[in-house]
Design a protein around this ligand. Structure first.
Ligand SMILES: Cc1cc2nc3c(=O)[nH]c(=O)nc-3n(C[C@H](O)[C@H](O)[C@H](O)COP(=O)(O)OP(=O)(O)OC[C@H]3O[C@@H](n4cnc5c(N)ncnc54)[C@H](O)[C@@H]3O)c2cc1C
Length: 314
């Protein structure tokens, strides 16, 4: 059986690695240059910024075991914030995408290859890549945010009722560097005004560089309100909100960048671990199936792999 997975975020890679354990050989297509999806790090001359997910937690035994395994390989570390004392946070090392690296072993992952379209031809699926190249597979699994899945599914979306009801909130994220340490005793600020989260990068485990740099995530409401603004307009606005949340007068940043996540955190998930249509040999996975968490993406990917393996055995 030939099998393609679209998307090399946590869901796509957990699905691929589980399929590989079952003896299958999936081909993973990823449009970005790197793997990890929203487990992302933006490089700068001042050091990296984890501008997507900042930490993960594990409730499921399988995900806990995976994090322990990743930690053993130097790809995950506990992050205990002194203020909250919460010991349940994990980060990837040296950046968040480190969390998916242990799953890449032995996988055929093709980065920089966006799947532009897919169509049914005979018993299989033809994937058209952005480069105009076409490849045919028996089975296709989509591990991309639901809105992008709907685009790719086109006429086949009717096979999966409920997709339209999934709702995903955006998130404007700021990356700021200051010449000197800010007089903020906390290294994490949560839910303060229009700021959902702000964290000092150097307080996180094994981060390179000692420049005073902060990742600042706006709330879903604020991000929706300013969704179509330009990055130039967002930079000072977000900085102002950060100042209000931190309760200090901020100096002019030495570096300021923003990123708009149009599909950041699912607010109304599907409520099912994954979707699989055995007749079409078509499946879907992603955090949006279950919850706005990396763990949910991991579990969704595994659930889809199990559904495919069960179907191919019967
Ligand atoms: C700002 C922010 C903060 C967050 N904070 C946290 C947090 O603190 N803790 C937590 O647990 N979770 C957090 N999350 C959520 C977490 O990042 C996601 O739940 C998880 O990473 C989703 O994984 P995924 O594999 O489902 O999707 P993604 O990570 O989105 O992966 C999908 C992949 O598909 C690729 N792709 C899309 N379309 C195509 C195409 N046509 N062809 C090829 N490739 C394609 C994308 O490039 C991407 O790599 C946060 C997210 C954001 C954005």
């Amino acid at each position: 059986m030939t099998l393609a997975i679209i998307g090399a975020g946590m869901a796509g890679l957990s699905c691929a690695s589980q399929l590989r354990k079952a003896g299958l050989s999936p081909v993973v297509f990823e449009k970005s240059r790197g793997t990890g999806g929203r487990l992302a790090t933006r490089r700068s001359v001042y050091g990296g910024f984890d501008h997507g997910a900042q930490f993960v937690t594990a409730r499921d035994a399988g995900f806990k075991a995976y994090l322990d395994h990743a930690a053993g390989l130097g790809r995950a570390a506990h992050w205990v914030d002194p203020a909250s004392g919460d010991e349940s946070w994990w980060t990837g090392t040296p950046g968040m995408s480190g969390l998916v690296k242990p799953m890449l072993e032995g996988l055929d992952v093709r980065t920089g290859q966006r799947v532009a379209q897919m169509r049914r031809e005979g018993p299989g699926w033809v994937l058209s890549l952005e480069t105009s190249e076409e490849q045919t597979f028996d089975t296709v699994l989509l591990a991309v945010p639901v809105v992008q899945a709907l685009d790719l599914l086109a006429g086949h979306a009717a096979a999966f009722p409920g997709l339209e009801s999934v709702d995903i909130a955006p998130c404007w994220t700021g990356m700021f560097v200051f010449d000197e340490a800010l007089p903020i005793s906390l290294s994490v600020i949560q839910r303060a005004g229009d700021i959902a989260w702000a964290a000092r990068e150097t307080a996180r485990p094994q981060r390179e560089g000692d420049a005073e740099r902060w990742v600042v995530q706006a709330s879903a409401d604020w991000s929706r309100r300013y969704l179509e603004e330009t990055p130039e307009a967002i930079r000072p606005l977000l900085l102002k909100q950060f100042q209000a949340a931190a309760g200090v007068i901020l100096p002019e940043p030495a570096h300021a960048d923003v990123h708009r996540w149009r599909y950041a955190k699912v607010e109304r998930p599907l409520g099912q671990a994954c979707l699989w249509d055995g007749a079409l040999k078509l499946g879907l996975a992603g955090d949006w199936c279950l919850a706005a968490r990396v763990e949910a993406a991991f579990l969704s990917g595994r659930a889809l792999a199990d559904a495919v393996v069960t179907a191919s055995a019967s």
